[in-house]
Design a protein around this ligand. Structure first.
Ligand code: DX5
Ligand code: ZN
Length: 218
């Protein structure tokens, strides 16, 4: 199981320490949430912050774009240091074109699905994706409660991936904790994003290791 701590819940007064903690931890990716105040009712951070993180990060940057019309900015996110980029299904009118553009930029390309968007809508694009991000809360904020129905979506998506014989990874984002990590793994998740669970804990380094262990014991 890959673990991707979400920087949204980090301490922005001392971001460097949190980045170094992740470098030293068992985490596999940095999860960076970009919000534009349009697609979601919140605004987070953009290029300067991502660029600064990329200078210190020793693991790939997984940039989750919760923005309308992401095509306008994809090359700039790559320049800023993104290694994986996910765009929202609900934000892309010409998703196939967006994904082809992402591929041309040599980053791992993913599509994120809001809780109400069924996985079967990905049937005709799945083979072009490196990963699918299942939102297990409504996007916009950290620290929300996991929506249980997400487990069914992960199972269905896992079946679709197996049926098509693809290497596509499943990332789960929102409300991931030490109690649901094992069931997420059993349902078919490959990457767990965790914000509040990691940064709200007394010992984030240890929590990252525990999350990985819980999932891998499933
Ligand atoms: C929510 C973001 C998540 C968020 C997860 O819109 O996409 O990545 O940071 O936070 P937790 O793990 O606290 O639910
Ligand atoms: Zn996210």
């Amino acid at each position: 199981m890959l673990i991707a701590p979400s920087i949204l819940s980090a301490n922005f007064n001392n971001l460097k320490d949190d980045i170094e903690m992740i470098n030293q931890s068992d985490a596999d990716l940095f999860h960076l949430d970009v919000m534009d105040g349009m697609f979601v009712p919140n605004i987070s951070f953009g290029f300067p912050v991502i660029r600064a993180i990329s200078k210190l990060a020793e693991k790939p940057l997984d940039v989750h774009l919760m923005i309308v019309d992401p095509d306008r900015y994809l090359d700039r996110f790559v320049e800023a240091g993104a290694n994986l980029i996910s765009v929202h299904f609900e934000a892309c009118i010409h998703l196939h074109r967006t994904i082809q553009f992402l591929k041309s930029l040599n980053v791992k390309s993913g599509v994120a699905l809001n809780p109400h968007t069924p996985v079967h809508l990905l049937e005709d694009i799945l083979k072009d994706l490196d990963f699918v991000l299942i939102m297990s809360v409504n996007p916009g904020y950290g620290g929300q409660k996991f929506i249980d129905h997400s487990l069914n979506k992960i199972e269905k998506l896992r079946e679709m991936i197996l049926e098509q014989g693809l290497p596509t990874l499943i990332e789960v984002d929102g409300g991931v904790d030490l109690n649901n990590a094992a069931s997420l793994k059993s349902a078919g998740a490959d990457i767990l994003v965790a914000g509040n669970t990691v940064f709200g804990s007394v010992n984030p380094l240890n929590t990252i290791a525990l999350l990985k262990r819980q999932a891998d014991q499933a």
